[in-house]
Design a protein around this ligand. Structure first.
Ligand code: 13P
Length: 279
């Protein structure tokens, strides 16, 4: 069994990125894993606290393990974990990675808790993603762009990575959660500085609504993991609404087009991320 770290290292060496696709319904789960299997691409199944509280953490683990019998390279990450008890539960149950989002805390407090989580997770072979500066926006459709663009404080991030020994860092290079009426641009020059200064796997949040060109540039400059959620949610809602317009009442007739639509979108992302045939 290849662990997630193997793919982070491989992606860094070969210049591609592994996609994290969030889910909270079985259709989304099926769509993501089937896209991964079809394209022989490793994938991370992301669950935020809200998503996993709805779906069930034991259910997520059981389904991942069941699916691994068909295609082994599917991994689970707890996305934006803030509740330490939930993070510990995810680690104990066998999540492959946990993201502790202490960006709302002061720097020292974030550092202290992240460090403890790293120690706890490492004993169980689980990776830890850290974050120091909150990534703006939420995984929804927004009208207005935030007024100010947050950029990673490189010196602080360097100290944070060194002292906590996290495996990966969620960076701020102009990326935002969600989809906006105006497109956002990534600050690739800032990413280059981060990459040069900090030896850690770099994670790009807010993968929705970012141009292919910017995503490819980010990968070329060291990003090894990209999180996508809003675009999948939009595809789920739109295709479900369309399918419900038809006369069918059988769920197994209504839901397959929804799964197919989301799977096609995940496949498109996998292609842009360059992770086809990397498993
Ligand atoms: P988007 O909703 O913008 O795709 O971002 C998802 C994300 O970063 C999850 O952590």
């Amino acid at each position: 069994m290849k662990r997630l770290k193997y793919f982070f290292k491989k992606a860094k060496k070969e210049g591609w990125a592994i996609g994290q696709f969030n889910f909270s319904t079985l259709e989304q789960f099926k769509a993501i894993v089937s896209a991964a299997e079809k394209l022989k691409s490793p994938v991370i199944l992301g669950t935020s606290q809200g998503e996993v509280n709805f779906f069930g953490i034991e259910e997520a683990i059981l389904l991942r393990d069941l699916y691994r019998k068909k295609f082994p390279y599917v991994y689970l990450n707890l996305d934006h974990g803030k509740d330490v008890n939930l993070i510990k539960k995810a680690i104990n149950l066998g999540y492959d990675c946990v993201h502790f989002d202490g960006s709302g805390l002061n720097f020292q407090e974030n550092l202290k808790i992240t460090k403890k989580i790293v120690k706890y997770a490492n004993k169980k072979g689980c990776l830890v993603e850290g974050e120091i500066k909150s990534i703006q926006g939420s995984s929804e459709v927004h009208k207005e762009l935030p007024k100010e663009v947050l950029l990673e404080d490189i010196e602080k991030a360097k100290e944070f990575v060194k002292k906590t020994e996290i495996d990966s860092l969620a960076i701020n290079i102009g990326n935002l959660h969600g989809v906006y009426t105006k497109s956002i641009r990534l600050k690739i020059d800032h990413l280059q500085k981060i990459k040069k200064a900090i030896p850690v796997f770099l994670v790009l949040h807010g993968g929705s609504g970012t141009s292919k060109k910017d995503i490819k540039e980010a990968i070329k400059n060291g990003v090894v993991k990209i999180n996508v959620n809003t675009e999948l949610r939009i595809a789920w809602k739109k295709s479900l609404a369309e399918s419900l317009q038809k006369k069918a009442i059988k769920p197994y007739k209504i839901l397959p087009p929804v799964i197919e639509t989301i799977s096609d979108l995940v496949q498109e992302k996998i292609e842009v991320f360059g992770s086809i045939n990397k498993s």
